[in-house]
Design a protein around this ligand. Structure first.
Ligand SMILES: [Zn+2]
Ligand SMILES: [Zn+2]
Ligand SMILES: [Zn+2]
Ligand SMILES: [Zn+2]
Length: 381
Protein backbone atom coordinates (compact mmCIF):
# COMPACT_ATOMS: atom_id res chain seq x y z
CA UNK A 1 0.00 0.00 0.00
CA UNK A 2 2.80 2.32 0.91
CA UNK A 3 4.62 1.51 -2.28
CA UNK A 4 1.56 2.37 -4.26
CA UNK A 5 1.56 5.91 -2.88
CA UNK A 6 4.14 7.01 -5.38
CA UNK A 7 2.09 5.49 -8.14
CA UNK A 8 -0.69 7.78 -7.13
CA UNK A 9 1.47 10.80 -7.79
CA UNK A 10 0.26 12.35 -10.98
CA UNK A 11 1.78 15.49 -12.38
CA UNK A 12 -0.80 18.16 -11.95
CA UNK A 13 -0.92 21.86 -11.34
CA UNK A 14 -1.17 22.72 -7.72
CA UNK A 15 -0.15 26.29 -7.48
CA UNK A 16 -0.16 26.93 -3.76
CA UNK A 17 1.18 23.56 -2.68
CA UNK A 18 4.58 24.71 -1.52
CA UNK A 19 2.95 27.63 0.24
CA UNK A 20 0.86 25.09 2.11
CA UNK A 21 3.92 23.24 3.29
CA UNK A 22 5.25 26.47 4.64
CA UNK A 23 1.91 27.24 6.25
CA UNK A 24 2.20 24.03 8.18
CA UNK A 25 5.70 24.93 9.12
CA UNK A 26 4.46 28.24 10.44
CA UNK A 27 1.65 26.62 12.41
CA UNK A 28 3.83 24.68 14.71
CA UNK A 29 7.55 24.41 14.65
CA UNK A 30 7.41 21.33 16.86
CA UNK A 31 6.18 19.41 13.86
CA UNK A 32 9.19 20.35 11.86
CA UNK A 33 10.82 17.04 12.62
CA UNK A 34 7.71 15.10 11.71
CA UNK A 35 7.31 17.05 8.50
CA UNK A 36 10.88 16.41 7.65
CA UNK A 37 10.38 12.72 8.28
CA UNK A 38 7.20 12.57 6.32
CA UNK A 39 8.11 14.74 3.38
CA UNK A 40 11.90 14.79 3.63
CA UNK A 41 12.01 18.41 2.65
CA UNK A 42 14.91 20.76 3.21
CA UNK A 43 13.35 23.88 4.66
CA UNK A 44 16.46 25.99 4.50
CA UNK A 45 15.73 26.94 0.93
CA UNK A 46 12.51 28.70 1.80
CA UNK A 47 12.56 32.40 1.02
CA UNK A 48 10.61 33.42 4.07
CA UNK A 49 10.63 37.10 4.69
CA UNK A 50 11.90 38.09 1.27
CA UNK A 51 8.64 38.28 -0.60
CA UNK A 52 6.95 41.53 -1.44
CA UNK A 53 10.16 43.29 -0.59
CA UNK A 54 11.35 43.82 -4.15
CA UNK A 55 12.88 47.26 -4.63
CA UNK A 56 12.24 47.84 -0.96
CA UNK A 57 8.53 48.29 -1.63
CA UNK A 58 5.86 46.05 -0.24
CA UNK A 59 3.35 44.70 -2.69
CA UNK A 60 -0.03 46.31 -2.23
CA UNK A 61 -2.44 43.38 -2.14
CA UNK A 62 -5.42 45.51 -3.00
CA UNK A 63 -4.28 46.69 -6.42
CA UNK A 64 -3.87 44.72 -9.63
CA UNK A 65 -0.13 44.30 -10.21
CA UNK A 66 -0.49 43.84 -13.96
CA UNK A 67 -2.50 47.03 -14.36
CA UNK A 68 -0.17 48.76 -11.94
CA UNK A 69 2.72 47.83 -14.24
CA UNK A 70 0.86 49.72 -16.96
CA UNK A 71 0.41 52.70 -14.63
CA UNK A 72 -3.28 51.88 -14.13
CA UNK A 73 -4.67 51.52 -10.62
CA UNK A 74 -7.37 48.89 -10.33
CA UNK A 75 -8.53 46.93 -7.30
CA UNK A 76 -7.40 43.30 -7.23
CA UNK A 77 -9.99 40.56 -6.71
CA UNK A 78 -7.80 37.46 -6.64
CA UNK A 79 -4.26 36.53 -5.73
CA UNK A 80 -2.06 34.14 -7.73
CA UNK A 81 0.65 32.68 -5.51
CA UNK A 82 2.47 31.34 -8.51
CA UNK A 83 2.69 34.74 -10.19
CA UNK A 84 2.96 36.30 -6.72
CA UNK A 85 0.57 38.97 -7.93
CA UNK A 86 -2.86 40.41 -7.30
CA UNK A 87 -5.20 40.52 -10.30
CA UNK A 88 -8.19 42.69 -11.18
CA UNK A 89 -11.34 41.19 -12.71
CA UNK A 90 -10.19 41.73 -16.32
CA UNK A 91 -6.65 40.49 -15.70
CA UNK A 92 -8.04 37.45 -13.85
CA UNK A 93 -9.98 36.55 -16.96
CA UNK A 94 -6.85 36.88 -19.10
CA UNK A 95 -4.82 34.96 -16.48
CA UNK A 96 -7.40 32.16 -16.56
CA UNK A 97 -7.25 31.61 -20.34
CA UNK A 98 -3.65 32.57 -21.15
CA UNK A 99 -1.57 29.52 -22.05
CA UNK A 100 1.22 30.44 -19.63
CA UNK A 101 -1.03 30.89 -16.62
CA UNK A 102 -4.21 28.90 -17.25
CA UNK A 103 -3.06 26.18 -14.84
CA UNK A 104 -2.50 28.65 -12.01
CA UNK A 105 -5.03 28.42 -9.26
CA UNK A 106 -5.98 31.64 -7.55
CA UNK A 107 -7.57 32.57 -4.27
CA UNK A 108 -9.75 35.55 -3.44
CA UNK A 109 -7.98 38.59 -2.04
CA UNK A 110 -10.21 38.38 1.04
CA UNK A 111 -9.16 34.77 1.59
CA UNK A 112 -5.54 35.67 0.95
CA UNK A 113 -5.69 38.48 3.49
CA UNK A 114 -6.89 36.00 6.10
CA UNK A 115 -3.58 34.14 5.89
CA UNK A 116 -1.12 34.95 8.69
CA UNK A 117 1.53 37.60 7.80
CA UNK A 118 4.27 34.98 8.04
CA UNK A 119 2.52 33.00 5.29
CA UNK A 120 2.06 36.08 3.12
CA UNK A 121 5.79 36.65 3.26
CA UNK A 122 6.59 33.31 1.67
CA UNK A 123 7.66 33.22 -1.94
CA UNK A 124 8.06 30.13 -4.02
CA UNK A 125 11.33 31.18 -5.55
CA UNK A 126 14.84 29.88 -5.04
CA UNK A 127 16.94 32.31 -3.05
CA UNK A 128 20.05 31.58 -5.13
CA UNK A 129 18.52 32.15 -8.55
CA UNK A 130 15.29 33.97 -7.75
CA UNK A 131 13.44 31.45 -9.88
CA UNK A 132 10.39 29.36 -9.12
CA UNK A 133 11.00 26.24 -7.01
CA UNK A 134 9.89 23.32 -9.12
CA UNK A 135 11.94 20.28 -8.17
CA UNK A 136 12.60 18.33 -5.02
CA UNK A 137 15.86 16.37 -4.88
CA UNK A 138 15.48 13.40 -2.58
CA UNK A 139 19.21 12.67 -2.37
CA UNK A 140 20.13 16.18 -1.22
CA UNK A 141 16.79 16.73 0.47
CA UNK A 142 16.47 20.15 -1.11
CA UNK A 143 14.00 22.35 -2.95
CA UNK A 144 15.38 23.48 -6.28
CA UNK A 145 14.63 25.74 -9.17
CA UNK A 146 15.54 24.61 -12.69
CA UNK A 147 18.92 26.34 -12.43
CA UNK A 148 19.66 24.56 -9.14
CA UNK A 149 19.01 21.25 -10.88
CA UNK A 150 21.35 22.09 -13.73
CA UNK A 151 24.09 23.42 -11.47
CA UNK A 152 23.98 21.05 -8.51
CA UNK A 153 21.71 18.06 -9.17
CA UNK A 154 22.56 17.13 -12.69
CA UNK A 155 23.45 13.57 -11.78
CA UNK A 156 20.81 13.16 -9.09
CA UNK A 157 18.30 10.46 -9.97
CA UNK A 158 15.48 10.94 -7.54
CA UNK A 159 14.15 14.31 -8.59
CA UNK A 160 10.46 14.95 -8.08
CA UNK A 161 8.06 17.58 -9.24
CA UNK A 162 7.54 19.73 -6.16
CA UNK A 163 3.79 19.69 -6.79
CA UNK A 164 3.75 15.90 -6.60
CA UNK A 165 5.70 15.97 -3.37
CA UNK A 166 3.48 18.50 -1.61
CA UNK A 167 0.10 17.92 -3.25
CA UNK A 168 -1.27 15.73 -0.45
CA UNK A 169 0.09 17.87 2.35
CA UNK A 170 -3.38 18.99 3.47
CA UNK A 171 -4.48 15.40 3.91
CA UNK A 172 -1.14 14.25 5.30
CA UNK A 173 -0.89 12.70 8.72
CA UNK A 174 1.15 15.63 9.95
CA UNK A 175 -1.40 18.21 8.81
CA UNK A 176 -4.29 16.22 10.28
CA UNK A 177 -2.24 15.61 13.38
CA UNK A 178 -1.62 19.35 13.81
CA UNK A 179 -5.32 20.08 13.32
CA UNK A 180 -6.31 17.43 15.83
CA UNK A 181 -3.61 18.41 18.30
CA UNK A 182 -4.60 22.09 18.01
CA UNK A 183 -8.22 21.15 18.68
CA UNK A 184 -7.05 19.06 21.59
CA UNK A 185 -4.81 21.81 22.99
CA UNK A 186 -7.61 24.33 22.56
CA UNK A 187 -9.98 21.97 24.40
CA UNK A 188 -7.35 21.48 27.11
CA UNK A 189 -6.94 25.23 27.56
CA UNK A 190 -10.73 25.56 27.81
CA UNK A 191 -10.78 22.85 30.46
CA UNK A 192 -7.87 24.44 32.32
CA UNK A 193 -9.53 27.87 32.20
CA UNK A 194 -12.86 26.42 33.36
CA UNK A 195 -11.10 24.48 36.09
CA UNK A 196 -9.18 27.56 37.29
CA UNK A 197 -12.38 29.61 37.28
CA UNK A 198 -14.11 26.87 39.27
CA UNK A 199 -11.19 26.92 41.70
CA UNK A 200 -11.58 30.71 42.04
CA UNK A 201 -15.28 30.34 42.79
CA UNK A 202 -14.60 27.47 45.16
CA UNK A 203 -12.01 29.34 47.23
CA UNK A 204 -14.29 32.38 47.36
CA UNK A 205 -17.14 30.21 48.66
CA UNK A 206 -14.82 28.44 51.09
CA UNK A 207 -13.52 31.80 52.32
CA UNK A 208 -17.09 32.85 53.12
CA UNK A 209 -17.75 29.52 54.88
CA UNK A 210 -14.55 29.85 56.89
CA UNK A 211 -15.46 33.43 57.82
CA UNK A 212 -18.76 32.33 59.32
CA UNK A 213 -17.04 29.36 60.96
CA UNK A 214 -14.57 31.77 62.61
CA UNK A 215 -17.40 34.01 63.76
CA UNK A 216 -19.39 31.02 65.06
CA UNK A 217 -16.34 29.70 66.93
CA UNK A 218 -15.73 33.11 68.47
CA UNK A 219 -19.39 33.30 69.54
CA UNK A 220 -19.06 29.86 71.14
CA UNK A 221 -15.95 30.99 73.01
CA UNK A 222 -17.66 34.20 74.13
CA UNK A 223 -20.74 32.25 75.17
CA UNK A 224 -18.53 29.80 77.10
CA UNK A 225 -16.75 32.73 78.79
CA UNK A 226 -20.18 34.19 79.65
CA UNK A 227 -21.10 30.86 81.25
CA UNK A 228 -17.82 30.74 83.20
CA UNK A 229 -18.38 34.34 84.32
CA UNK A 230 -21.90 33.53 85.44
CA UNK A 231 -20.63 30.53 87.42
CA UNK A 232 -17.86 32.44 89.16
CA UNK A 233 -20.23 35.32 89.97
CA UNK A 234 -22.68 32.81 91.42
CA UNK A 235 -19.92 31.25 93.47
CA UNK A 236 -18.79 34.68 94.66
CA UNK A 237 -22.28 35.57 95.75
CA UNK A 238 -22.76 32.19 97.42
CA UNK A 239 -19.44 32.49 99.27
CA UNK A 240 -20.25 35.98 100.47
CA UNK A 241 -23.65 34.82 101.70
CA UNK A 242 -22.13 31.83 103.50
CA UNK A 243 -19.44 33.92 105.19
CA UNK A 244 -21.94 36.65 106.08
CA UNK A 245 -24.31 34.07 107.50
CA UNK A 246 -21.60 32.71 109.80
CA UNK A 247 -20.60 36.21 110.90
CA UNK A 248 -24.25 37.07 111.48
CA UNK A 249 -24.70 33.88 113.49
CA UNK A 250 -21.67 34.74 115.64
CA UNK A 251 -22.80 38.33 115.86
CA UNK A 252 -26.19 37.19 117.17
CA UNK A 253 -24.50 34.99 119.78
CA UNK A 254 -22.16 37.84 120.76
CA UNK A 255 -25.07 40.28 120.97
CA UNK A 256 -26.98 37.84 123.18
CA UNK A 257 -23.91 37.31 125.38
CA UNK A 258 -23.35 41.05 125.49
CA UNK A 259 -26.95 41.51 126.62
CA UNK A 260 -26.47 38.82 129.28
CA UNK A 261 -23.25 40.47 130.44
CA UNK A 262 -25.01 43.85 130.68
CA UNK A 263 -27.71 42.19 132.75
CA UNK A 264 -25.04 40.59 134.94
CA UNK A 265 -23.38 43.95 135.37
CA UNK A 266 -26.69 45.53 136.41
CA UNK A 267 -27.40 42.63 138.72
CA UNK A 268 -24.00 42.79 140.38
CA UNK A 269 -24.29 46.56 140.75
CA UNK A 270 -27.72 46.17 142.34
CA UNK A 271 -26.54 43.34 144.55
CA UNK A 272 -23.56 45.38 145.60
CA UNK A 273 -25.78 48.27 146.50
CA UNK A 274 -28.93 46.66 147.84
CA UNK A 275 -28.52 42.94 148.74
CA UNK A 276 -27.55 41.63 152.17
CA UNK A 277 -24.24 39.88 152.60
CA UNK A 278 -26.01 36.53 152.96
CA UNK A 279 -28.00 37.10 149.83
CA UNK A 280 -24.80 38.15 148.05
CA UNK A 281 -22.94 35.09 149.34
CA UNK A 282 -25.67 32.70 148.11
CA UNK A 283 -26.03 34.40 144.68
CA UNK A 284 -22.30 34.75 144.12
CA UNK A 285 -21.76 31.14 143.01
CA UNK A 286 -24.46 31.42 140.32
CA UNK A 287 -23.13 34.79 139.17
CA UNK A 288 -19.57 33.43 139.01
CA UNK A 289 -20.79 30.49 136.95
CA UNK A 290 -22.52 32.82 134.48
CA UNK A 291 -19.48 35.09 134.18
CA UNK A 292 -17.17 32.10 133.65
CA UNK A 293 -19.51 30.90 130.96
CA UNK A 294 -19.26 34.18 129.04
CA UNK A 295 -15.52 34.28 129.50
CA UNK A 296 -15.30 30.71 128.22
CA UNK A 297 -17.45 31.72 125.24
CA UNK A 298 -14.93 34.41 124.28
CA UNK A 299 -12.05 31.96 124.73
CA UNK A 300 -13.85 29.49 122.49
CA UNK A 301 -14.29 32.18 119.83
CA UNK A 302 -10.58 32.94 120.01
CA UNK A 303 -9.54 29.28 120.06
CA UNK A 304 -11.81 28.40 117.14
CA UNK A 305 -10.45 31.36 115.17
CA UNK A 306 -14.02 32.54 114.86
CA UNK A 307 -12.70 36.05 115.21
CA UNK A 308 -10.58 35.78 112.09
CA UNK A 309 -11.62 38.07 109.26
CA UNK A 310 -13.16 36.47 106.23
CA UNK A 311 -11.32 38.04 103.28
CA UNK A 312 -12.62 37.37 99.79
CA UNK A 313 -10.33 37.36 96.78
CA UNK A 314 -10.28 36.02 93.24
CA UNK A 315 -7.76 33.64 91.78
CA UNK A 316 -8.19 33.67 88.01
CA UNK A 317 -7.31 30.29 86.51
CA UNK A 318 -3.94 30.12 84.74
CA UNK A 319 -5.31 29.63 81.21
CA UNK A 320 -7.77 32.48 81.54
CA UNK A 321 -5.17 34.79 83.05
CA UNK A 322 -2.63 33.87 80.36
CA UNK A 323 -5.09 33.69 77.51
CA UNK A 324 -2.60 35.28 75.09
CA UNK A 325 -0.16 32.45 75.80
CA UNK A 326 -2.80 29.73 75.97
CA UNK A 327 -4.49 30.90 72.78
CA UNK A 328 -1.84 32.71 70.76
CA UNK A 329 -3.84 32.47 67.52
CA UNK A 330 -7.35 31.69 66.48
CA UNK A 331 -6.01 28.99 64.15
CA UNK A 332 -4.17 28.85 60.86
CA UNK A 333 -5.39 28.96 57.29
CA UNK A 334 -4.26 25.80 55.52
CA UNK A 335 -3.82 25.59 51.78
CA UNK A 336 -3.83 22.06 50.47
CA UNK A 337 -2.84 21.16 46.97
CA UNK A 338 -5.40 18.63 45.83
CA UNK A 339 -5.73 16.92 42.50
CA UNK A 340 -8.22 18.91 40.42
CA UNK A 341 -9.49 15.86 38.60
CA UNK A 342 -9.19 17.79 35.34
CA UNK A 343 -8.67 15.60 32.30
CA UNK A 344 -5.93 16.79 30.00
CA UNK A 345 -6.27 14.93 26.74
CA UNK A 346 -2.98 13.86 25.22
CA UNK A 347 -2.73 12.13 21.93
CA UNK A 348 -0.32 9.32 22.59
CA UNK A 349 1.81 7.43 20.16
CA UNK A 350 2.62 10.54 18.18
CA UNK A 351 5.69 8.70 16.97
CA UNK A 352 3.53 5.82 15.82
CA UNK A 353 1.88 7.73 13.01
CA UNK A 354 1.68 5.95 9.75
CA UNK A 355 4.24 7.38 7.42
CA UNK A 356 2.39 7.64 4.16
CA UNK A 357 4.70 9.55 1.91
CA UNK A 358 8.17 8.82 3.22
CA UNK A 359 8.15 5.10 2.46
CA UNK A 360 6.82 5.99 -0.94
CA UNK A 361 9.65 8.40 -1.57
CA UNK A 362 12.13 6.03 -0.02
CA UNK A 363 10.84 3.22 -2.15
CA UNK A 364 13.59 1.83 -4.31
CA UNK A 365 11.44 -0.32 -6.51
CA UNK A 366 11.99 -0.14 -10.21
CA UNK A 367 8.88 1.87 -10.95
CA UNK A 368 9.69 4.77 -8.64
CA UNK A 369 13.33 4.92 -9.68
CA UNK A 370 12.33 4.79 -13.30
CA UNK A 371 9.74 7.51 -12.82
CA UNK A 372 12.27 9.70 -11.10
CA UNK A 373 14.83 9.13 -13.82
CA UNK A 374 12.26 9.73 -16.52
CA UNK A 375 11.27 12.96 -14.88
CA UNK A 376 14.89 13.97 -14.53
CA UNK A 377 15.60 13.12 -18.13
CA UNK A 378 12.56 15.03 -19.21
CA UNK A 379 13.78 18.12 -17.38
CA UNK A 380 17.24 17.75 -18.79
CA UNK A 381 16.07 17.70 -22.36
ZN1 LIG B 1 -5.52 44.29 -14.02
ZN1 LIG C 1 -0.51 33.13 -12.08
ZN1 LIG D 1 17.90 27.90 -7.81
ZN1 LIG E 1 20.46 16.49 -5.81
Amino acid sequence: MQNSSLHQIRPRQHTSASTLVTIIKMICSQYRTNLHKEFSIDWTNCNIGTAHQDNGMETNLTICDICDFRQITKPSVVWCSECDEGLCRECTEHHRISKATRGHSTISIDGYKKLPPTILEITQTCKDHNEKIQIYCYKHDSLCCKKCVVENHNVCKELFDINDVVKDVKSSNTFLDIEQTLAEISENFKRIRKDREENLTAIKETREKIESEIKMTKLKIVSYLDKLQEEILKELSKTEKLESKQIHKLLTAVQQAEKDVTEYQNNIANIKQHASDLQTFIALNQIKHDVDEKDKFIQTLVNNKDLNHAVLSLKISYNVKNIKTSIPTFGIIVVESKSSGITIARRKNQQAQTMVMVPALRSSDFESTKRARDYHDCKQS
